[in-house]
Design a protein around this ligand. Structure first.
Ligand code: ADP
Ligand code: ASP
Ligand code: MG
Length: 450
């Protein structure tokens, strides 16, 4: 079923951090009658606190102190509402659920309990944001995303089930959005048994794109704390510039290789359904932002530079590899069995080196540990930590003359542990020591964009 005009708007953590920030977002929603579904993140800082409760062995006092911090942030918003009474009871219920889960004796060992507690940030912010919308005269309802966002049961990094999501969203969400704006939770889902799951850190962008796809929306807006996607993370260099437009491919490469402004999977639904994605600042909506679409006016060789931190480099060696057919296959079967994605690979006659993403407390980190143990059974494994991956994203990079030499000239003074170039026209990546990565990005930025 298609719509005359449907927009899904997502507001990130800093955009819903307090009542003032939420009010800016509410005005953005009211200004666009095509916005019928709003996806919100947890208020800034809340998910980090919930992660501590879920992953750290804390004393009872520490748990109580952490809950108090969460409560303070949520209550500050509640108390700024014109009429807090109707939602206070619901907020208190969610807070006491957080308290119960945090004190549960198995919280550190049960991924289902971890996801249940992690989901509470979005459930609280969506409750409060609905009231902020009502406060400025927008007819709004809070909608429990778990009714429609069906996932598998990979807690912590659950995979969305696209067909079910489409069916459920059209059955349960679409009829309600005709009448009012629905405010729902990013990052959260539920498996077929109804257990709460989460999509991985930063997953609210992905939720918005998934709902846009399921509802055949024309546009999806990602409202955040920067006025669009920049040539590089503006926190790395003040010389970074906002980009007015990007292609789906460029944005997907940027997100995959570390541009935190978009969750890595966000562009997949957009690409499948040709949904135009906008990225802008909820604080300064008048400044415009970046439009991401299938075709762009220009497709420059160099578009942006990204960085992904916390990479491990794994080298597997075996003398048997000499003429030993099937070794590579065994190595990559183990990796595939654990659902890990490898970014860079190099091979020599007796060794293969590759990189894995290793953010602490992630599902990937746990899988990495299990994978490495299995690899050690068949070969010698050397693990090196403290690397970052720096990537230049662009177009036709593997075919145009001189494109790579300019990049190499910019990084000539750094120790490049691994290089990946040629397989894909959209990127060139370097593995560098973490201590050098800021300077590598700055040098590249200065050479290519300033
Ligand atoms: P939200 O909470 O709204 O989801 P995030 O913190 O996840 O916001 O993403 C926004 C942040 O992404 C920015 O503050 C910025 O520091 C970072 N970022 C990284 N790379 C880029 C980039 N290329 N362009 C814009 N922002 C970027
Ligand atoms: N609240 C979640 C996080 O902090 C999801 C999101 O903000 O996108 O990771
Ligand atoms: Mg984000």
């Amino acid at each position: 079923m298609s719509n005359l005009s449907l927009n899904i708007a997502k507001f990130g953590g800093t955009s819903v951090a307090n009542f003032g920030a939420m009010s800016n977002c509410a005005n953005i929603v009211r200004a666009n009658s095509a916005t019928r579904v709003v996806v919100v993140s947890a208020a800034a800082g809340i998910t980090n606190l919930l992660v501590e409760l879920a992953h750290k062995a804390l004393t009872k006092e520490q748990i109580n102190a952490t809950i108090k911090q969460i409560e303070a942030i949520e209550y500050a918003i509640l108390n700024d509402l014109g009429n807090p009474a109707p939602v206070k009871a619901k907020l208190d219920e969610l807070l006491s659920h957080a308290r119960e889960l945090a004190h549960h004796e198995e919280i550190l060992h049960r991924p289902d309990l971890k996801d249940a507690i992690l989901s509470l940030g979005e459930r609280m912010s969506s409750l409060l944001f609905t009231e902020v919308l009502k406060g400025i005269g927008v007819k709004a309802e809070n909608f429990d995303v778990r009714k429609v966002l069906r996932t598998d049961d990979t807690y912590g990094e659950a995979a969305p089930q696209l067909n079910e999501i489409r069916t459920l969203a059209n059955e349960l969400l679409r009829p309600e959005m005709a009448d009012c704006v629905l405010v729902t939770q990013g990052f959260v889902g539920a498996d077929a048994q109804g257990n709460t799951t989460t999509l991985g850190r930063g997953g609210s962008d992905f939720t918005a794109a998934l709902l846009a796809e399921a509802l055949d929306a024309q546009t999806c807006e990602i409202w955040t704390d920067v006025v669009g996607v920049y040539t590089t993370d503006p926190r790395i260099t003040p010389a970074a510039k906002p980009l007015p437009e990007l292609s789906f491919e460029e944005a997907a490469e940027m997100a995959t290789f570390g541009a935190k402004v978009l969750h890595p999977a966000t562009m997949e639904p957009a690409l499948r359904q040709d949904i135009r994605v906008f990225v802008g600042s909820s604080k300064e909506p008048e400044k415009g932002g970046t439009w991401i679409a299938r075709d762009c006016k220009e497709e420059p060789h160099y578009r942006a530079i990204t960085r992904r931190k916390e990479q491990v480099m794994v080298t597997v060696k075996t003398p048997k590899m000499m003429h030993a057919q099937g070794f590579l296959q065994k190595v990559f079967t183990i990796i595939a069995d654990h659902n890990l994605s490898v970014d860079l690979i190099t091979t020599s006659e007796i060794a293969v080196a590759f990189t894995l993403d290793n953010p602490s407390n992630s599902v990937a980190e746990r899988l990495n540990r299990e994978t490495l143990a299995e690899l050690k059974e068949i070969c010698e494994v050397v693990i090196e930590n403290d690397y970052d991956l720096v990537t230049v994203v662009g177009n036709n990079m593997n075919s145009a003359a001189g494109v790579s030499s300019r990049i190499f000239a910019a990084v000539k003074n750094f120790n490049l542990r691994m290089i990946c170039y040629g397989a894909n026209p959209h990127n060139m990546s370097f593995l560098v020591h973490a201590k050098d990565s800021t300077d590598v990005v700055k040098e590249l930025h200065s050479e290519l964009f300033e």
